[in-house]
Design a protein around this ligand. Structure first.
Ligand code: HEC
Ligand code: HEC
Ligand code: HEC
Length: 112
């Protein structure tokens, strides 16, 4: 009896885990900030990551637009120093533009 309960629990756990894997990737996400909202083109980022969700999930972020990005501390300097969050790539020597001097590439006043 007990073994069946355990097996059922395992089955439910794995089903939920695979459901999480099958979440549909969003096209765009908009992050609200006081500096002007940031439109994150999830589709373009996914394409550049060659369709590999694991480049970002769940290593950098959960698949949840309400989860913290952990990018803003110290005007992005903390993430840049640790090469974490968006600054895994958006960092000097990384694959994408750095924050310094490029605020407006991400922060757009009036963006919804
Ligand atoms: C280059 C990085 C990157 C890649 C690759 C990536 N994502 Fe994301 N994804 C993000 C970011 C950033 C968020 C927002 C996370 C947050 O707000 O904490 C996100 C959020 C999500 C969300 C939540 C959307 C919502 O409205 O809550 C889903 C679902 C998701 N991604 C699915 C996927 C799937 C499926 C793949 C692979 C096919 C994928 N992602 C690949 C960066 C990426
Ligand atoms: C896996 C690497 C990677 C991560 C992580 C990443 N980016 Fe990018 N991002 C890129 C690359 C590569 C480009 C295109 C090259 C360039 O413009 O310098 C880009 C371009 C952009 C652009 C210009 C529009 C576009 O998509 O072409 C914005 C805005 C942007 N990123 C915001 C963000 C934000 C905000 C985060 C964190 C939530 C983030 N990126 C995380 C690699 C990344
Ligand atoms: C690669 C895209 C990108 C660039 C470039 C960028 N930011 Fe950001 N910024 C973001 C994102 C995304 C957030 C939200 C981060 C979070 O919630 O952790 C944010 C948040 C912030 C916040 C916090 C605002 C609030 O409402 O709490 C400040 C301040 C900020 N950025 C300033 C700047 C300045 C100044 C620059 C230029 C030197 C800059 N950012 C460049 C993407 C960017």
């Amino acid at each position: 009896m007990r073994i069946i309960t355990i097996l059922t629990a395992l089955f439910v756990t794995f089903s939920l885990a695979s459901l999480a894997q099958e979440k549909k990737a969003p096209e765009k996400l908009v992050f609200q900030t006081k500096m002007g909202n940031v439109t994150y083109d999830h589709a373009k980022h996914l394409e550049r990551a060659k369709g590999d969700c694991k480049v970002c999930h769940d290593k950098l972020w959960a698949q949840d637009a309400k989860a913290p990005l952990n990018f803003k501390a110290g005007m992005h300097k903390v993430a840049e120093k640790g090469k974490t969050s968006c600054a895994t790539c958006h960092v000097a020597g990384g694959t994408a533009f750095v924050s310094t001097g490029n605020c407006a590439k991400c922060h757009v006043k009036g963006a919804k």
